[in-house]
Design a protein around this ligand. Sequence first.
Ligand code: NAD
Ligand code: UDP
Length: 321
Amino acid sequence: MKKTALVTGGAGFLGSYLCERLLEGGLKVICLDNFITGSQRNIAQLFKSRDFRFIKHDVSKYVDIKEKIHFILHFASPASPVDYLNYPIPTLKVGSLGTHNSLGLAKEKKAVFLLASTSEVYGDPLVHPQKEDYWGNVNCIGPRGVYDEAKRFAEAITMAYHRVHKVDTRIVRIFNTYGPRMRKNDGRAIPNFISQALTNEPLTVYGRGLQTRSFCYVDDLIGGIINLLMAKDGPRPKGKNGWCHCPVNIGNPNEMRLIDLAKTIIRLSESKSRVLHKPLPVDDPKQRRPDISKAKRYLKWQPNVGLETGLRKTIEWFREN
Ligand code: NAD
Ligand code: UDP
């Protein structure tokens, strides 16, 4: 008997790769999505599999699924700053009500629950690099607060369901991830820069471009998430949370300035574009780099795809699409 996984947000960038990887791993997959930022195109190839099923639904509303489910991966949420600024209330709802509904379903089905959290829970971090035990520096009433606080609430309710209802939970804090299938207009730095470079338009670097990020290629990220989903915690003192129930950073620690990212993309795509500086968005984090020692130690995971290799594959995909 095959086990079944439910992926909320499965028609999005990361969700579609997860559905694919879970099917390849021999699971049945139910993908639930309302297409607010995802697309049918991302999952079109998955309908070939008899083990794949799609449900069009808003996870912030009650979710009713009859069959047995063994794993729930809650990935539904607008994820790019442009998207969550366009959809502030749906973002707050999917992080709160959507997470509550998904946890309720996990409790009912006795399923393992994995929450897609984010490096944004660290806000504009005062500790660098960011380790899981850093509590963050978030402006809860700023424009990014709708996303950051929704994810912080999502983490809090996930831990509460683990402690109170004994749901077997996991929390992955995902750092900036990129690759084929990102929407050209989703507003994030890499799809913006690549689509601008391929049309020889100026690359819009916000501020002086001295802010840093650490970019992870999607294949690496998905590998880390699957390891976390399948992880088991060993013996532990009574009353203590196992390591795998507390958040784990997954990302690539290769940190760089945005201005250098823009120049790299111009070079790799052999573009004639120049750089155009635009105002820095409010509360844009100045620095970000994951400390991945926990993932290395417990999941035996680390990223393998270098930035230039990942960017070349992504540029190629944008060229073809
Ligand atoms: P995405 O926008 O491509 O995917 C999100 C998917 O969720 C979309 O298909 C969207 O339609 C769906 N969705 C949103 N609200 C929904 C709702 N109420 N009901 C049903 N479906 C809904 O974004 P992504 O980059 O694939 O991000 C996926 C998850 O990973 C998000 O939870 C995001 O917060 C998290 N994350 C991503 C990154 C990254 O770098 N890509 C970084 C940190 C965290
Ligand atoms: N950024 C930029 N130009 C763009 C889009 C983004 O300079 O066209 C900057 C943005 O200000 C931020 C960084 O790139 O400092 C990463 O932004 P992104 O939206 O990719 O993700 P974030 O890490 O901010 O969630």
